[in-house]
Design a protein around this ligand. Structure first.
Ligand SMILES: Cc1cc2nc3c(=O)[nH]c(=O)nc-3n(C[C@H](O)[C@H](O)[C@H](O)COP(=O)(O)O)c2cc1C
Length: 171
């Protein structure tokens, strides 16, 4: 699959089939995260792959009772292991690094016929407790992933002209 096709096909999937993800598919999806770029190539991440049904239900509760989170056969918790590094531009690198890796996962998932949904609405403390994640780390995202049980509509996006300016910034 071409990158463009995966980008166009990717949707936030909030309903999943009750069907496991074959091991080799999951590995290819995780490999896409491994290959992601990161500031100074620090790779400051750990991806916790949660398949246990009870743990998934607990994660769903920690995510505001969004049941689809627990219904996906796999939930990946993207954990930043270093949160102190600030790039010369003044921006923390860890949310950027983790977002790139998670986006690689979402696009690789599309290529495997899978869907996913970035979840940012969760209790940091609860998720750390459920997954035994040390306090100094930061869970940047939960990502339920599985075979989609719904088809998405058109992407609602701002037109290109309003989000791009040339040569200098303009409102
Ligand atoms: C950083 C981030 C956090 C998000 N958090 C949630 C969430 O907690 N729950 C949810 O259902 N969707 C969440 N989403 C999905 C967005 O709502 C979705 O990406 C957006 O509406 C665009 O739709 P699309 O992904 O189908 O193109 C999140 C997306 C991002 C990038």
């Amino acid at each position: 699959m071409e990158v463009r096709e995966a980008i166009e096909k990717r949707r936030s999937v909030r309903a999943y089939e009750d069907r496991p993800i074959p091991e080799e598919k999951l590995r290819r999806v995780l490999e896409a995260a491994r290959l992601a770029p990161s500031a100074s190539n620090q790779q400051p991440w750990k991806f916790v792959v949660v398949q246990d049904v009870e743990s998934r239900k607990k994660l769903a509760r920690a995510a505001g009772n969004e049941s689809f989170v627990g219904e996906a056969p796999v939930v990946i918790a993207a954990v930043a292991l270093r949160t102190d590094h600030i790039m010369m531009c003044g921006v923390h690198s860890y949310p950027v690094d983790l977002a790139i890796a998670v986006d690689h996962i979402t696009l690789a998932a599309v290529e495997e016929g899978l869907g996913s949904c970035w979840i940012g609405a969760f209790s940091q403390a609860e998720v750390k407790r459920i997954l035994n994640i040390p306090r100094q780390y930061m869970v940047v995202a939960l990502l339920p992933i599985g075979y989609p049980a719904e088809t998405g509509g058109l992407k609602s996006r701002k037109p290109l002209e309003t989000i791009v300016s040339y040569e200098t910034f303009s409102e």
